[in-house]
Design a protein around this ligand. Structure first.
Ligand code: FES
Length: 172
């Protein structure tokens, strides 16, 4: 029989307490229980990246994790990154560089890109970032590799990488 459990998370900066079947994925909790439908369900099997969100600052496929595993976590979805009047720099760059066609993969691409830009700080050894000062950036090849879990059926990959490159250079 289904087991229901309460889970308290912070979603896009606001506390949320949900009563969920313990089998509910984080993706379904966001979309069906919180009506945050910006996060998309593509494959529901960890293979497309459309469901990417940030949990405690790290990107994950929300279809692959149960909501009840995230008690106390801070979850950020595309709705939490910017608003139409105040776009996140990556949202603005995706528009400027035509980083999408149909748009279905875009929320996941952008959440993933936010995570990637944070990975520079985390994954590049501090002695290297100290040597190169504030200009630590990923190469195009490294960006493509790190974004390879986000599939775009329209093939907007080069525009997506251009958008991310512009933002990483702007913040560098
Ligand atoms: Fe989660 Fe495809 S819907 S990876």
């Amino acid at each position: 029989a289904p087991v229901t459990q309460q889970v308290a998370m912070e979603v896009n900066g606001k506390p949320a307490t949900l009563s969920l079947d313990t089998r509910t994925t984080l993706l379904d909790a966001l979309r069906e229980h919180m009506h945050l439908t910006g996060t998309k369900k593509g494959c529901d099997h960890g293979q497309c990246g459309a469901c990417t969100v940030l949990v405690d600052g790290r990107r994950i496929n929300s279809c692959l994790t149960l909501a009840v595993m995230h008690e106390g976590s801070k979850v950020t979805t595309i709705e939490g990154l910017g608003t139409p009047d105040a776009l996140h720099p990556l949202q603005a760059a995706f528009i400027k560089h035509d980083g999408y066609q149909c748009g279905y993969c875009t929320p996941g691409q952008i959440c993933s890109a936010v995570g990637v830009l944070d990975e520079i700080r985390r994954d590049v050894p501090s002695h290297v970032t100290a040597d190169i000062g504030a200009k630590a950036t990923f190469s195009t090849a490294e960006l493509r590799e790190r974004m390879s879990g986000n599939i775009c059926r329209c093939g907007a990959y080069s525009n997506i990488v251009e958008a991310i490159t512009e933002v990483q250079e702007g913040r560098a």
